[in-house]
Design a protein around this ligand. Structure first.
Ligand SMILES: C[S@@+](CC[C@H](N)C(=O)[O-])C[C@H]1O[C@@H](n2cnc3c(N)ncnc32)[C@H](O)[C@@H]1O
Length: 315
């Protein structure tokens, strides 16, 4: 009985409002509250999205619309991003992704009636992102999405302050893609797929020191905060990782370094949530077996910040 109960609790659940969440949602559970300036969700839908964990969703490797995504060594799922876009924006809003990759954010926006700006350094990923919208969504959608090829550290400072409604991105995780191929990278090598983003020295994934990488990433996120409109949100999808025999708690390091970081004039980024993105479908690898405990890291984190005023509150 106890086992049965545990099993049913562990199974990924279809996200439906429960009586408790409906109660918490109150009178607007089935409609969009007229005071809701953030999104178009009903009260019940809103409450569901406030859970501190979510199961990752993907199309599956064999799906025809997963083939461009598979070319990239570290894409995120456009379905996971779409969920964030639907929570943190209204239709017609503009979303920025400064590490655009193969355009997962752009695709999520294209399927949700939002506009997007993707900045990507590598020509290969930049071109594939455009092809992805053309072939997986609709060529007409390309007019709503800007694909800028270049270095975000140089392009973001040229963008106007407070013009973006939501920032969502996944940065390089330092230089881990450049390390000796592990099980996962080995499988990509065997299939002749890229295992790193580029050899470009401006690629944040090619910075040798962890500290220098973190400094550059924090300054880039601060720039994203500057272009974000006040009270709007910024979400970073990151994972902890191992390098050599050391485990780097990247999400914790980044959260600590970003706490209160400047976001333009008289504003700063304030941490609002740390959501675990559970990857329960991933196969387990025998890392460390049978000698030592080496974790299969099967979750990521979504770090959620809001741009808040630093002016002291009125007395
Ligand atoms: C984790 S991947 C993002 C993948 C993306 N979310 C997707 O689903 O395709 C990070 C991306 O950042 C890009 N990148 C690294 N340094 C950059 C820089 N300085 N400016 C712009 N893009 C950069 C890499 O080429 C890589 O495609």
């Amino acid at each position: 009985m106890a086992n049965q109960q545990r099993k049913s609790r562990e199974r990924p659940k279809v996200e439906r409002p429960t009586p408790e969440t409906q109660d918490a949602a109150g009178p607007s559970e089935r409609s969009v509250d007229p005071r809701n300036q953030l999104n178009d969700l009903t009260g019940a839908e809103w409450i569901q999205e406030t859970k501190s964990f979510v199961f990752q969703k993907g199309l599956g490797a064999a799906h025809p619309h997963a083939q461009i995504e598979r070319e990239h060594p570290a894409p995120f799922s456009y379905q996971d991003v779409q969920r964030l876009v639907l929570f943190f924006t209204k239709p017609g809003s503009t979303v920025l992704d400064p590490f655009g990759g193969v355009g997962s954010t752009a695709k999520a926006c294209a399927l949700s009636g939002r506009k997007s700006i993707s900045i990507e350094l590598s020509k290969k990923w930049h071109d594939l992102a455009i092809r992805r919208i053309r072939t997986e969504v609709n060529p007409r959608e390309l007019t709503n999405h800007q694909f800028v090829r270049g270095d975000s550290t140089k392009i973001l400072p040229t963008m106007k302050e407070s013009t973006i409604d939501f920032v969502v991105t996944s940065p390089p995780y330092w230089s881990i893609l450049g390390k000796k191929p592990d099980h996962k990278a080995g499988e990509r090598v065997a299939r002749d797929l890229a295992t790193k983003y580029s050899d470009d020295p401006r690629d944040l994934g090619n910075i040798a020191s962890y500290d220098a990488f973190m400094t550059q990433l924090v300054s880039l996120v601060s720039e994203c905060g500057r272009v974000l409109a006040p009270k709007k949100y910024l979400a970073l999808v990151v994972s902890d990782f191992r390098h050599g025999n050391r485990l780097f708690p990247f999400h914790a390091d980044l959260t600590t370094r970003l706490a209160g970081v400047a976001a333009g004039k008289n504003h700063a980024l304030a941490l609002q949530g740390i959501k675990a993105l559970l990857q329960n479908h991933k196969g387990l690898k025998p890392y460390g077996y049978p000698f030592s405990y080496v974790e299969n890291i099967h979750h990521q984190y979504i770090l959620i910040f809001q741009k808040q005023s630093t002016d002291s509150p009125r007395k």
